[in-house]
Design a protein around this ligand. Structure first.
Ligand SMILES: C[S@@+](CC[C@H](N)C(=O)[O-])C[C@H]1O[C@@H](n2cnc3c(N)ncnc32)[C@H](O)[C@@H]1O
Length: 238
């Protein structure tokens, strides 16, 4: 697992707790590289599978995929590649955990603010307010899905791309011809192949779903804090 962990101590504590739990559940099988994916992906050797779910912007994702291709060439392995967040909100809009790590030519004008499905700008209220996003959704070199599409146009690996429109959306890239070993995953992915109209409806529903669950979390914490406050105010003082 490669993750630099958050600079925010509260978030970092939660991330460390998740890692500690996973390490305890998988003794000896988990290593946390406390670093950014770039350039580490070029240094960690061969791997059979990778889930890309880090900094959700065009530059980082396409460079991660290019590093995976270099690994594939060096070691003669075409790994199973999954890329998370190809749907709303970051499929067509960059998000930046650390804008200073993105070369200026690839950094869109960005700021912290909230995102609403169907609104290409940034909103003052709504979900995702804790992150820095590109001010406009869409256009070239913007977002995770755009990075996957651009990579597929340039790669010389013979890959098939399948999209799973669940939650924030996942793309899976598998070798076109991986023989019987890939049959099970191919069978599962084939179940997600729908017509264009049905896919569009599923993407829309998953955007609404993600927006709602990302609003309910913070609202629930706010309501709990207000309840505590009301209870404290109502407690008679000695
Ligand atoms: C959306 S979370 C996903 C975490 C994990 N995959 C999960 O599902 O719980 C994104 C993670 O990417 C990490 N991250 C941010 N920038 C990164 C980078 N350049 N390389 C690797 N990880 C990064 C963040 O610290 C955060 O933990």
């Amino acid at each position: 697992m490669i993750d630099p962990l958050s600079a925010n101590p509260e978030v970092r504590r939660d991330q460390e707790a998740v890692f500690a739990r996973l390490a305890a559940e998988n003794p000896g099988r988990l290593v946390l590289h406390r670093a950014r994916s770039l350039p580490l992906l070029d240094e960690i050797g061969a791997f059979d599978a990778i889930l890309i779910d880090g900094d959700h912007n065009w530059y980082t994702v396409i460079e991660e995929l290019r590093a995976v291709e270099r690994m594939a060439r060096r070691h003669g392995i075409v790994p199973f590649i999954a890329i998370d967040d190809i749907g709303w909100p970051h499929g067509r809009r960059d998000c930046y955990f650390a804008p200073e790590t993105i070369p200026p030519a690839f950094l869109h004008p960005h700021r912290r603010g909230c995102l609403i499905p169907g609104q290409p700008g940034i909103s003052e209220s709504g979900p995702f307010g804790n992150f820095s996003h590109a001010e406009h959704e869409g256009g070239p070199r913007n977002g995770v899905r755009t990075a996957v599409e651009d990579f597929l146009r340039e790669t010389t690996l013979d890959l098939v791309c399948r999209q799973v429109p669940l939650r924030s959306g996942t793309a899976v890239l598998i070798p076109r011809d991986d023989g019987p070993s890939g049959a099970a995953i191919r069978h599962w992915l084939d179940a997600w192949q729908f017509g264009e109209t049905q896919m569009a409806a599923l993407w829309e529903a998953s955007a609404e779903h993600i927006a709602l669950i990302n609003m309910i979390g913070p609202l629930t914490s706010e309501v709990a804090a207000l309840r505590r406050q009301v209870a404290a105010d109502a407690t008679p003082r000695p």
